[in-house]
Write a protein that binds this ligand. Structure first.
Ligand code: HEM
Length: 426
């Protein structure tokens, strides 16, 4: 059993968190090259931490050895969202997942279909209206927000525009607290982002509790009648589900999809005609541009990952961006090649971790799948699109949610209009 390459440095002074947060992808790339290993160690959050950048390592930490690598109950997520399934472990996590998963599968998921279709149409139908280029990311984030607030809280933008706006703003303030330093300072006329975030959380909780008490329909109604461990569990989970995190992740994937297919009329045509090809395109989009950089665990006992010794109490982080570009599994790892998923990588979707993997994978995967297919199909059926201006800096930032650092602008042209224009001209 080998020692993890790299070193964990001394407490505080040896900490590399800032360097990691500034540019996680370069951080990992440099160390992969330096140590000639896709698994190495560093000190982050002032804890010696194993970095997992290989498919094999990811499968071990998330699947085969998931009972030895546990969620951190002191994670910042707990601070902002309270006790939710995300930061619990063991039997409690199992039971919560069992309860909550029922909301995202089967008949509950089916009953969301009509709303998903209508929200995609309402938010995407005007992309070409202005005649000029659009900031696609903002439009997609609005779509994601309408989806989650309508679906999870029965608040629909077209029916209750003021309440919708208020909740959206509170979610944004709450989110900014999650990514700002957790310093709860409040003085008259000035309050730190974190303190504003806690105020926003309290207001959101009031709205959520009111909904749980009074709405018997839809997701809120079903959540209210689920067997959950205590009286605050339903509201804490609703707070998590309506958080800004999910619309941002959905907008990230839709933006990457739009960029990958921008100006590529042939691929768009094929994706529109063959649902299975669209599936391959979406797999390739999430492989290259996973919305979240990865996930973190703590070693509950001495263990190994990819053949390296990982001592008890070490942190362990899987980096989805690097796992997805592991050349052992993905040939030409940096190239956008949807066909790989029907060829060499057919049946290897479980080597991806954009939605986590194994026992603690994302419980919203099926919902995401339905939503993304619907939104992408709407775009493909209604629009031709290209970057406008054609040359833009598309360099990604990876934290807190991946997207091009400068949001790209895209010109959408209505497909049916284009056809009638050209027949008029002819
Ligand atoms: C594009 C959208 C989404 C992405 C990229 C995403 C990604 C992820 C990832 C990577 C994890 C695993 C984290 C880890 O390993 O530590 C996760 C877990 C989770 N996701 Fe999602 N997710 C998305 C949407 C959703 C939706 C719509 C819901 C439900 C409303 C949801 C609920 C959850 C929950 C509850 C967990 C924690 C599961 C557990 O700890 O057992 N996610 N998600």
């Amino acid at each position: 059993m080998s020692k993890l390459p790299g070193n964990a440095g001394v407490s505080v002074l040896g900490d590399k968190s800032l360097e990691f947060y500034r540019d996680p992808v370069s951080f990992c790339q440099q160390r992969i090259e330096k140590h000639r290993s896709r698994v190495f160690q560093c000190r982050v959050l002032n804890r010696p931490t194993a970095f997992i950048c290989s498919v094999q390592g990811m499968r071990e930490i998330l699947c085969e050895k998931s009972n030895m690598f546990l969620k951190d109950p002191t994670d910042l997520m707990t601070n902002m969202y309270g006790d939710t399934v995300v930061t619990t472990n063991g039997e409690e996590a199992c039971l919560l997942r069992l309860s909550l998963s029922s909301l995202f599968t089967g008949s509950c998921l089916k009953s969301s279909n009509d709303y998903i279709t209508s929200v995609c149409e309402r938010c995407l139908k005007d992309l070409s209206l202005s005649g000029g280029p659009q900031c696609a990311y903002s439009a997609f984030k609005r779509l994601g927000t309408e989806l989650v607030l309508g679906l999870f809280l029965n608040v629909r933008a077209e029916e209750q525009p003021e309440l919708f706006q208020e909740i959206m703003q509170l979610c944004t303030q709450h989110w900014h607290g999650l990514i700002s330093a957790p310093v709860n300072v409040k003085v008259p006329l000035w309050s730190s982002g974190f303190s504003t975030a806690l105020d926003a959380r309290d207001k959101l909780m009031d709205i959520i509790k009111d909904k749980l008490e009074n709405d018997t329909q839809g997701f809120v109604g079903s959540l209210g009648s689920l067997p959950l461990p205590d009286s605050s569990s339903a509201s804490q989970h609703l707070l998590l589900f309506i958080s800004a995190l999910i619309p941002k992740a959905l907008a990230s994937l839709l933006t990457s999809f739009t960029l990958a297919l921008s100006g590529n009329q042939q691929t768009r045509q094929r994706a529109m005609e063959e649902p299975d090809y669209l599936r391959l395109v979406l797999l390739e989009v999430q492989r290259l541009w996973p919305p979240f950089i990865g996930g973190r665990r703590i070693a509950d006992k001495d263990s190994t990952l990819a053949g390296f010794h990982v001592p008890k109490d070490y942190g362990a982080i899987y980096i989805s961006h690097s796992v997805h570009r592991d050349p052992e599994v993905f040939q030409q790892p940096d190239d956008f090649l949807p066909e790989r998923w029907s060829g060499r990588n057919a049946g290897q979707e479980h080597f991806l971790c954009s939605f986590g993997n194994g026992a603690r994978g994302c419980i919203g995967t099926k919902l995401n799948d339905v939503f993304l297919k619907e939104a992408c199909m709407y775009l493909l059926k209604h629009y031709d699109w290209c970057l406008d201006p054609p040359s833009q800096d598309l360099e990604y930032k990876w934290l807190p949610v991946s997207r091009p650092a400068n949001p790209p602008t895209i010109a959408f042209t209505q497909l049916d209009l284009k056809t009638s224009d050209s027949s008029d001209n002819g």
